[in-house]
Design a protein around this ligand. Structure first.
Ligand code: NAP
Ligand code: GCO
Length: 266
């Protein structure tokens, strides 16, 4: 067998949260195409049905479940159901996430808590639910979807940046606490990716010109483009595979170079 077998996910069960579409869908698709059995959840039955059909159109039989990842009891029940119906989770991707773009002084504490609940508390809840079986099985991969905002701030995203910064440190702590059980926990930090979540930042202006934020990101990105979900597929397979068994606690930024670049002179 050639070295490429180290990137195979054959025989593995991969659970990607919030993966009916967007980044999670692309990562799960890459995992299926690398040999994994796919499990995904989303917050309502309509989204799950939409996701199952979308995976089927890619030739993938995905196991879809309705589950709010912030609900610890529901997550615990879902893990039991997955283990009974599909198998023990070998690879977990904490992808589900929300953002609220509100100036901090105008954001309510409830709005702040909601973002932190989905983007930080839920990865804790779901990781905690799958780690015991990973320990019994003797291996596991946990991949947390972080962000540029794990490193940088910007106006209106205080809750999101706080959550994604915390998710970077949760990643490092899971690495520290469970690395001895052959569990690797790493993060992926996507740059600015064209998905529904960033659609408001890319809307054409009434005069047909680019959204100012769209132009800003193009100037801040050496690749001079927004990322596409497919740009994340290779890095996600690497971190889920045996090829990364000695990579732990690392945040792999897939950002076209944003974090390395001061930005194009206006
Ligand atoms: P998206 O298009 O908004 O998709 C997020 C998915 O998570 C949706 O299916 C959403 O369902 C689901 N979700 C939200 N809350 C949930 C909950 N409580 N329980 C279960 N599922 C839930 O986002 P995306 O752009 O694909 O981003 C995916 C991840 O990448 C997020 O963690 C995001 O923060 C991160 N990220 C995105 C970018 C980017 O530029 N797009 C860059 C860096 C990081 P609903 O449709 O019902 O909300
Ligand atoms: C924003 C964007 C970003 C991206 C992503 C960047 O409003 O600045 O939504 O936060 O979603 O997290 O890595």
């Amino acid at each position: 067998m050639g070295f490429e077998q180290n990137f195979s996910l054959k025989g593995k069960v991969a659970w990607v949260t919030g993966a009916s579409y967007g980044i999670g869908f692309a990562i799960a698709t890459a995992y299926a195409q690398s040999g994994a059995t796919i499990v995904f959840n989303d917050i309502n039955a309509e989204l799950v049905e939409k996701g199952v059909k979308a995976y089927a159109e890619e030739g993938i039989k995905a196991h879809g479940y309705v589950c709010d990842v912030t609900d610890e009891a529901a997550v615990g029940e879902l893990v039991k159901k997955i283990e009974k119906e599909v198998g023990v989770v070998d690879i977990l991707v904490n992808n589900a996430g929300i953002i609220r773009r509100i100036p901090m002084t105008e954001m309510t504490a409830a709005e702040f808590r909601k973002v932190v609940d989905v983007d930080l508390n839920a990865p804790f809840i779901v990781s905690k639910a799958v780690i015991p079986s990973m320990i019994k099985k003797g291996h596991g991969k946990i991949i947390n979807i972080c962000s540029m905002m794990s490193e940088l701030g910007r106006e209106t995203v205080s809750a999101y940046a706080a959550a994604k910064g915390g998710l970077k440190m949760l990643t490092r702590n899971i690495c520290s606490e469970y690395g001895k059980y052959n569990i690797q926990c790493n993060g992926i930090g996507p740059g600015y990716i064209a998905t529904p979540q960033t659609a408001p930042l890319r809307e054409r202006q009434p005069d047909g010109s680019r959204h100012p934020f769209d132009s800003f990101i193009i100037a801040k990105t050496p690749a001079e483009r927004w990322g596409e979900t497919k740009d994340l597929m290779g890095p996600a397979v690497f971190l889920a595979s045996d090829a990364s068994n000695f990579v732990n606690g690392h945040i792999l930024y897939v950002d076209g170079g944003i974090l390395a670049y001061i930005g194009k002179q206006p």
